[in-house]
Write a protein that binds this ligand. Structure first.
Ligand SMILES: [Zn+2]
Length: 102
């Protein structure tokens, strides 16, 4: 599991770049306004894939969360949302279509 800090890339605050950190999940939850938490899944071909959960400390509607565009922390490509928001703080689940090709 890794924590990635999100940096706003446009003035509307809807496009984000994700940057590596050494923070723990616990630290991120207490101190960071928005971040991605990665975890590894094994796909149908036995390959290890990164999945990213978006977290926000302020309550966020599903509509607002859907308007976010987040760039992959590994390759900079646009992440694709593959899972819905769990609640107002634990938001969508994402994967990178480019990293997942290899
Ligand atoms: Zn990627």
């Amino acid at each position: 599991m890794s924590i990635y800090e999100l940096r706003k890339m446009n003035k509307e605050g809807t496009v984000f770049n994700a940057k590596d950190t050494f923070y723990t999940g616990e630290y991120a939850e207490q101190h960071m306004s928005m971040y991605l938490e990665s975890h590894i899944v094994v796909d149908e071909n036995g390959r290890h894939r990164n999945r990213y959960r978006l977290h926000s400390d302020k309550p966020t509607s599903i509509e607002t969360a859907l308007s976010y565009d987040i760039n992959c922390p590994k390759c900079g490509s646009r992440l694709k949302q593959i899972g819905r928001c769990l609640n107002a703080h634990d938001l969508g689940l994402y994967k990178c279509p480019v990293c997942d090709k290899y």
